[in-house]
Design a protein around this ligand. Structure first.
Ligand code: ASP
Length: 322
C-alpha cells in the first residue's frame, strides 16, 4: 500500500439481534432480529467516525436461518474487500446463533492476513441497555489493531478465535467460550490485551482459492446430517435416513458422541451400515469442552477437535471437493 492511501475499514451487515427490534424496551427476548440497517448501527458508534468506512448490507437475517446463499454473498464480499490494499480490516455484524459456523467457514476458506472481526449482540437495539454498540465499537478497535489477522469473534470485551469459539449460553451478554484454548485476548477501553496469537493466516495470496470458488459456485452443500448419541439411543434415525438415501442425497453424517466420541451400540451399527453404503461418518464429542482423544480401537474417524456443528460444515466442505 502506498503511504498516501488511507487505511479504510469495511463493515458488512448480515442482521442478527444486534440489528433487532422489540416492541418494548424491557423485552430482551421477544424481538425480531435483522431489522435495523447496518448503516444505522454504524452511525451509533463514535469509533467509526474516526476513520473512513465502507458499509454494506450483505443480508438482513436471523442467523438461525443462515443459508448457503448468504454465506456465498458474504464470503465473496469479504474476499473482494480483503484484496483492496487500502482496507485495513473488516467488521461483520452477525447473529450469535450461528456466528461460530460463519467464523469457521471464513477462516477455513480465506485464512486472511488482515483481521475479519465478527460481532453481535444478545440484546436487541431497542433494549434499555443494548450491548451491540459496545461490541461493535470493540470490534472496530480489533479490526484497526496493528498486527491483527484472521477471523475472530468479538463479544462482551473478549476476542475469540474462529476455530475455538462456541456459543454456550442462550441469554447471557457474554455467551461465548473458547474452551480449553481460551480467548485470544480482550478489549478494554479500545485497548487490546492479547493472551494468544492471532489465527494463522495463509502466506500472502496462498489461501485455497479453489475451495472458495467451489463454495461460491455450489448450488447446494452436500447434505451432512448431525445427530446425537445419548442414553437409550438407537439407530432408527440413521436407518430412516438411509431408506431415503437417494432422495435425500445424503452424503455424510456427523455424530455428536458421548464423552470421548463413544456411540450407543445400536446407533453405531447403523452408522457402520451408512459407511458401507458410501456415506461419510465422522464422530465429534457432545461435551462442551475438550476433544475426542484418538485411540487405536476407535470405530469411527473423529472430527480432529472440531465441535459437532463445525465438523458438520468441515465435512460438507470436504465433500464439495469430491
Ligand atoms: N437468533 C439471533 C441470531 O442469531 C440471535 C442473536 O443474534 O443473538 O440472529
Amino acid at each position: 500500500m502506498n503511504a498516501n492511501q488511507v487505511r479504510r475499514l469495511v463493515v458488512l451487515g448480515t442482521g442478527g439481534t444486534i440489528a433487532g427490534r422489540a416492541a418494548q424496551a424491557n423485552d430482551n427476548v421477544g424481538y425480531v432480529a435483522g431489522q435495523v440497517a447496518v448503516s444505522d448501527l454504524v452511525a451509533m458508534v463514535p469509533a467509526l467516525s474516526a476513520c473512513p468506512v465502507d458499509v454494506e448490507q450483505v443480508a438482513q437475517i436471523n442467523s438461525k436461518d443462515m443459508v448457503l446463499g448468504v454465506w456465498q454473498a458474504l464470503a465473496a464480499r469479504v474476499a473482494a474487500h480483503l484484496d483492496r490494499p487500502e482496507v485495513a480490516g473488516i467488521v461483520i455484524t452477525h447473529g450469535t446463533d450461528t456466528i461460530e459456523e460463519t467464523a469457521y467457514l471464513l477462516q477455513t476458506l480465506l485464512r486472511p492476513s488482515k483481521p475479519v472481526v465478527l460481532t453481535c449482540a444478545m440484546r436487541p437495539s431497542t433494549a434499555l441497555v443494548p450491548d451491540g454498540p459496545q461490541n461493535l465499537s470493540d470490534a472496530v478497535a480489533v479490526a484497526l489493531h496493528p498486527g491483527a489477522q484472521g477471523v475472530v469473534v468479538v463479544c462482551a470485551g473478549r476476542i475469540h478465535g474462529a476455530m475455538d469459539v462456541a456459543k454456550v449460553h442462550p441469554y447471557a451478554t457474554d455467551p461465548f467460550d473458547s474452551g480449553d484454548a481460551g480467548v485470544l485476548g480482550c478489549v478494554e477501553e479500545a485497548q487490546l490485551r492479547m493472551f494468544r496469537s492471532w489465527p494463522q493466516s495463509a502466506p500472502e495470496g496462498t489461501h485455497d482459492a479453489a475451495a472458495l470458488q467451489r463454495l461460491l459456485s455450489a448450488a447446494a452443500l452436500p447434505r451432512v446430517e448431525l445427530i446425537f448419541s445419548h442414553a437409550n439411543a438407537d439407530g432408527e434415525v440413521v436407518r430412516a435416513l438411509l431408506g431415503h438415501h437417494a432422495a435425500a442425497r445424503l452424503s455424510g453424517i456427523v455424530v455428536a458422541g458421548t464423552g470421548n466420541g463413544t456411540v450407543h451400540d445400536d446407533l453405531l451399527r447403523a452408522l457402520k451400515q451408512a459407511q458401507a453404503s458410501g456415506v461419510e461418518v465422522v464422530v465429534a464429542s457432545r461435551c462442551a469442552f475438550g476433544r475426542v482423544v484418538p485411540h487405536s480401537a476407535q470405530p469411527l474417524p473423529d472430527s480432529a477437535g472440531l465441535s459437532p456443528v463445525k465438523a458438520r460444515l468441515a465435512l460438507a466442505l470436504r465433500l464439495l471437493e469430491a
